[in-house]
Structure formats: structure tokens, C-alpha cells
Write a protein that binds this ligand. Structure first.
Ligand SMILES: Cc1cc2nc3c(=O)[nH]c(=O)nc-3n(C[C@H](O)[C@H](O)[C@H](O)COP(=O)(O)OP(=O)(O)OC[C@H]3O[C@@H](n4cnc5c(N)ncnc54)[C@H](O)[C@@H]3O)c2cc1C
Length: 383
């Protein structure tokens, strides 16, 4: 069966759904979202740590955070969905003078963009987070406006509103081919039918390179496994325990329910789609976690899982129209910090498609062409 649509979005995670909602809210309602899974949000969007922060090293990421977190503040009123935004603050722990110097520069940039982040001494960190063992820590940075959001609420808000506005949402509908003819995109094929369309958005998270290959393009986005552990409730854990990141170890903790969620990125993890929990890495992770947060020594694990970061060479997303074919767009490669940027990214994609160019935030530094012309500037605050 062949149907037509103004826009076909491939991928039903936060990027696909935010884009679909923002298109429909602008009046572009003949939109189809294709999701290969049985449900929406079973990719990275359903497996992340829920962190939202302004503390980035590039101006564009700081602006994406400001726009997105502002949206989350108004989400319940505007979208009719609670997202449990909690301002517990993000505390970066730094153990080298080099990192402290880099983060000092990042804080200056964040302050220039109106973000009230600050550099802290080790003494000040000790007062803010007395539960943390500060061995080796020379200083850190803090932003009280950073925190946590409920990923499922955020996604569900976009799904519900997109559906109400008339967007067609299809699960078990993998895109298996993208038709390009005469330099224009014109078709997306699934096992149960085809869609004639002048606009296709690749929003397939860690699978975006595979989807891009359907249109003959080489998107530099790699799937990298990242795993998380959550403890049982921990008596005495204070309600305002912050989101703590031991930067050089890529180790983090935050309060999850009445327990602690912790993750640690294996910087030597090879690219791949394996999402089983790596038992060896779990030992490394938990050993480091207990050393930094000794109260974890008495905790039992409640849950563990692994998901995929969608990583680009400069840890920045790839956004906007692609030069390979008219009508081909990408919104992917957020490199492990995409949940928090989903609200802004969907708005910008709708502008790019409907107005010819994203304008609420300048996304030129995030366009695909930066890799070809050597103009990419890497994000430094990556966990
Ligand atoms: C362990 C972990 C912790 C994280 N922590 C945070 C955090 O604290 N804060 C934060 O902001 N971000 C975090 N992230 C990153 C964040 O989850 C992602 O950046 C974000 O969810 C990406 O959303 P997406 O829509 O691009 O991808 P996804 O949510 O993966 O959605 C892509 C969808 O495309 C579908 N798909 C794939 N191929 C096809 C096809 N051929 N046809 C149709 N559909 C297809 C997939 O099934 C999937 O549902 C974390 C990620 C992980 C793994």
C-alpha cells in the first residue's frame, strides 16, 4: 500500500517525537513517525539517566540546554504532562589543574550565556556534598539550576500531543529503504507499505548511520554501550543529594527514588549494538563508585541495564538538512546528552523544514558539513 505524507520521521525516540510535535503544532500535521520497535521510546530515550544540565563547553550546547530546560519548566502547563523536573544541581569533581582550567573557561562561557554556574574549591565541595570522598579532588564546578527530569514523561507528552494534533504514529514499522531520485528524496519503504514524501527526517539515535545508509550516505554516528546501576532505598539519603560527576573517571551518581543511580563510561568500549551488562566493567564501575561515595558499600543493587550512546567524532549532534538530497534531514548523534536537548532539537528541526532554516538557535556549527570542511569544535564536558 502506498500513502503520502508531508514529512516522514524515522525513529520514535525523543528526537522523532519532539520533531513530530513541533511540526504539528506549527500546522504541518500530515506527518508520519515510523518506529521499528514494539513501542516508542525503547531506544536510548527509555534507558538514560534523566540528567539535565547547562554545564557544557560550547555555546550551542549551552543554548540548547537553556531552551530545552525552559520548555521542561512549562511542560505540565503547556503539554498537560508532568515531567518531574527537579533542580538538584550538577556538581563536577575535577582532579587535575588542567581540567580545572578548562572548566573555569567553560564556566565563564556559561556565565556569558546567563547560566549561574560557578567554580568551587575542594573545601566548598566538601560542604555541598559531605557524603563524597574528595581524595585527589582539586576543585569543581556547580550549577544549582541543573538537575533531573523524567524521560518517560517527556516522551509521553510529545507522543500524546502529536497524536492529538493528527500525527500518524506507527510502531513495528522499520524503514527499510529511502528512495532518492534526481537529487530529491521521495519515498520511505517499510515491510507493510510505502510513503511518498518530499521530506524525510533521520532520527534513529544510535541506529542513524544504518538509516542514513538507506539513502546512500555515511553518517558518522557510532553506537557505544553505556551501563547504569540503581540501588535499593538507602536510609538517610537526603532528598536534595546533587547529581555528582567525577569527570576524569566518567563516573556519576544521583538520587533515583530513595536510592542512588550510578553510571561510569568505559572510554575503551568498542562501537557495537550489544546491550547486555558487561560484568567486568560492572566490577570496575562499582569499585570506583564505592571509593567516591562510600555509603554505597552498604547498598544492594535493585536494577542494572545498558543502553547505547549515539556518538559523533566531536560529541556534538548532527542537525539540519543534508546536502546529499533535497528533503533529507537529520536530528541525531547527541553523544549521550540528547534527552535534555530533545525539546529544543524538535523545535529547530520544525523550523528547518518549514522555514528553510532553523532560527531560534543558530545550528550552523552542528551541520553535517562541519566534518568535511574541518570546522568541528568538540564538546569537552562529556561523560
Ligand atoms: C546509559 C545512558 C545514559 C544517558 N544519560 C543521559 C542523561 O542523563 N541526560 C541526557 O540528556 N541524555 C542521556 N543519555 C542520552 C540520551 O538517552 C540520548 O541522547 C537520546 O535519548 C537520543 O534520543 P533519540 O531519539 O535520538 O534516539 P532513541 O531514543 O534511541 O530513538 C531512536 C529510535 O529509532 C528507532 N529506529 C532505529 N532504526 C529504525 C528504523 N530503521 N526504522 C524506524 N525506527 C528505527 C529505534 O527503535 C529507536 O526507538 C543517556 C544514554 C544512555 C544510553
Amino acid at each position: 500500500m502506498t500513502t503520502s505524507a508531508d514529512v516522514v520521521i524515522i525513529g520514535g525516540g525523543i528526537m522523532g517525537m519532539s520533531t513530530a510535535y513541533h511540526l504539528a503544532a506549527r500546522g504541518c500535521r500530515d506527518v508520519v513517525v515510523l518506529e521499528s520497535g514494539e513501542m516508542f521510546g525503547l531506544g536510548s530515550t527509555g534507558l538514560n539517566a534523566g540528567g539535565v544540565r547547562h554545564q557544557f563547553s560550547t555555546a550551542v550546547n549551552i543554548e540548547l540546554s537553556k531552551l530545552s530546560i525552559g520548555t521542561m519548566e512549562r511542560f505540565a502547563d503547556e503539554m498537560g504532562q508532568e515531567v518531574a523536573l527537579r533542580r538538584c544541581g550538577y556538581l563536577f569533581l575535577l582532579d587535575s589543574d588542567d581540567d580545572l582550567r578548562r572548566f573555569r573557561g567553560n564556566v565563564e562561557l556559561q556565565n556569558q550565556h546567563g547560566v549561574p554556574s560557578e567554580v568551587l574549591s575542594a573545601d566548598a565541595i566538601g560542604k555541598l556534598a559531605p557524603e563524597v570522598d574528595l581524595t585527589g579532588i582539586v576543585g569543581g564546578t556547580w550549577c544549582a539550576r541543573d538537575g533531573l527530569v523524567d524521560p518517560h514523561g517527556l516522551l509521553q507528552g510529545y507522543i500524546s500531543r502529536a497524536r492529538t494534533l493528527g500525527v500518524t504514529l506507527e510502531t513495528r514499522a522499520p524503514a527499510t529503504a529511502i528512495g532518492v531520485d534526481g537529487g530529491r528524496v521521495h519515498r520511505v519503504v517499510t515491510p507493510s507499505g510505502e510513503f511518498e514524501t518530499p521530506a524525510v527526517v533521520i532520527a534513529a539515535g544510535p541506529w542513524s548511520a544504518q538509516v542514513g545508509a538507506l539513502a546512500g550516505l555515511d553518517l558518522p554516528i557510532q553506537p557505544i554501550r553505556r551501563q547504569i546501576a540503581v540501588t535499593n532505598p538507602m536510609p538517610g539519603l537526603r532528598a536534595d543529594f546533587p547529581f555528582v560527576i567525577d569527570f576524569s573517571r566518567a563516573l556519576y551518581f544521583h538520587r533515583e527514588g530513595a536510592g542512588i543511580l550510578t553510571g561510569m563510561s568505559n572510554r575503551h568500549e568498542p562501537p557495537g549494538f550489544d546491550t547486555t551488562v558487561d560484568e567486568n566493567w560492572r566490577l570496575t564501575h562499582l569499585e570506583n563508585a564505592v571509593a567516591r561515595l562510600p555509603m554505597l558499600a552498604d547498598a544492594d543493587l535493585l536494577a542494572e541495564w545498558a543502553g547505547l550512546y549515539e556518538v559523533t567524532p566531536d560529541d556534538q549532534p548532527i542537525l539540519g538538512r543534508l546536502p546529499h538530497a533535497d528533503g533529507l534531514f537529520v536530528c541525531a548523534g547527541f553523544s549521550g546528552h540528547g534527552l535534555m536537548h530533545g525539546p529544543a532539537a524538535g523545535l529547530l528541526m520544525a523550523e528547518e523544514i518549514l522555514d528553510g532554516r532553523a532560527h531560534t538557535i543558530d545550528i550552523d556549527t552542528l551541520r553535517w558539513g562541519r566534518f568535511a570542511n574541518g570546522a568541528s569544535a568538540a564538546e569537552f564536558n562529556v561523560v
